[in-house]
Design a binder for this molecule. Structure first.
Ligand SMILES: N[C@@H](CCC(=O)N[C@@H](CS)C(=O)NCC(=O)O)C(=O)O
Length: 250
């Protein structure tokens, strides 16, 4: 399917965190698509959180998004990160075109969505509306279980998928060519390495393919340029992946 470089995409996401919006940015950037990160524009240009909320609550939308990120292109407004990527992957040539492959990509991306929800819940086990400091005790109980059980289960699964694909002649999640799931996995590995550096260092020997994929994605020319640009937001203490050393202390 042809790239749609001339078509502008509007990404709506919280302006100060990489968060789930980053999975969409990576795909848009890797494809060289023309897009606007709307909430990072000044309010006077329709940006900021005000611009984001105005679009989200726009009564003329066929379906109101439940939460950011969402993507606007033409008359379409699409929410849910995995759904956005399912759409963009086909449009931007970042997913094989056959239906079984598209479904597999979506299945993997939904598994990533489950995983990053759990990553978030390590530092916010009680409620997103409470400060970390107000649920730190619960977070301290959850973190060792997440590190001991969930990181190995999820990353072990993704490593196995890569290993089986390798045996079938493809080094990535959907065969020989990079697809949007590979780009998302880069962000997952980078985020976990930021949030849980000690745990990830211990686990590194078990996930050689995931680590190689991370490096390969980071070196893709458009992404390398993006990662070095001001468009790219570093991890911080408001996002999904947060550096709380006491949670990486097992
Ligand atoms: N399943 C959704 C989750 C969206 C989501 O949780 N968005 C966060 C920011 S990363 C948010 O603003 N949530 C507001 C809320 O849940 O009330 C997706 O994958 O896009």
């Amino acid at each position: 399917m042809a790239e749609t470089k001339t078509e502008a995409y509007e990404l709506y996401y919280w302006p100060n965190i990489p968060g789930r919006g980053e999975f969409v940015r990576l795909t848009l950037e890797d494809a060289g698509a023309s897009y606007v990160d709307v909430a990072r524009l000044p309010e006077a240009q329709g940006g900021g959180v005000k611009g984001l909320l105005a679009m989200m609550r726009n009564e003329s939308l066929a379906l109101e998004p439940f939460a950011p990120p969402f993507l606007k292109t033409g008359d379409l407004v699409i929410a849910q990160t995995a759904n956005i990527l399912h759409f963009l992957g086909a449009r931007l040539g970042l997913c094989p075109e056959d239906e079984p492959s598209r479904l597999r990509a979506h299945q993997l991306q939904l598994t990533i969505a489950d995983f990053i929800g759990e990553v978030h819940d390590v530092h916010h086990p009680m409620a997103s509306s409470l400060y970390y400091e107000d649920q730190k005790n619960e977070a301290m109980r959850r973190a060792p279980l997440f590190i001991g059980e969930r990181i190995p289960k999820y990353l072990g699964y993704f490593e196995r998928v890569l290993q089986r694909n390798e045996a079938r002649g493809g080094a990535h999640f959907l065969g020989a060519k990079i697809c949007y799931v590979d780009l998302s996995m880069f962000q997952v590995v980078a985020g976990l390495s930021y949030a849980f550096p000690r745990a990830m260092a211990r686990f590194a020997g078990k996930i050689p393919r995931l680590l190689a994929l991370h490096d390969e994605v980071a070196a893709r020319p458009r992404l390398a340029a993006y990662l070095a640009s001001p468009r790219h937001l570093s991890f911080n203490q408001q996002g999904l992946f947060r550096d709380y050393p006491e949670l990486d202390n097992t």
